[in-house]
Ligand binder design. Sequence first.
Ligand code: HEC
Length: 127
Amino acid sequence: MNPMFARLSLLGIAVAFASLNAAHAANLQKGQALVNQGGCIACHGAGLAKPVSPDYPILAGQPQSYLFHAMQQYQAKHQTPLYGRDNAIMAGMVARFDTQDLHDIAAYVSSLKTPLYEPDMARDPRP
Ligand code: HEC
């Protein structure tokens, strides 16, 4: 292989990896916009922390990867009936988002102040 070509292909691979990383970095502002446009507060409540029904989960402050995978699971069921979380409401809500949207939404929602219990490790140590 011509050394110049080899160097250019390596550069190409490096650039490809760099843009792959950029695509995965979550954008909180985009996530906030998608949540606001998506009408999520209609059910999950103000700040996504006060659900309108006790059956609806509190989203604010849950771990980012948990939220991301939960939303992917709703999409999976929507696309392949044999796999994924089975919830008609949420399957519909997340159907139009792409993977990057889900990363952005998860990052934003995770950043919100949560009313959920956070263990006090000093007072309540785990084995
Ligand atoms: C019409 C009511 C409704 C709307 C609007 C709604 N959700 Fe939900 N959401 C639910 C219900 C009900 C569940 C619980 C479903 C289940 O049992 O799996 C849920 C579950 C979730 C979960 C999983 C939480 C967990 O702890 O497992 C996430 C994440 C989520 N919703 C995100 C969103 C986002 C983001 C939006 C806006 C784009 C949204 N929801 C809009 C009703 C709604």
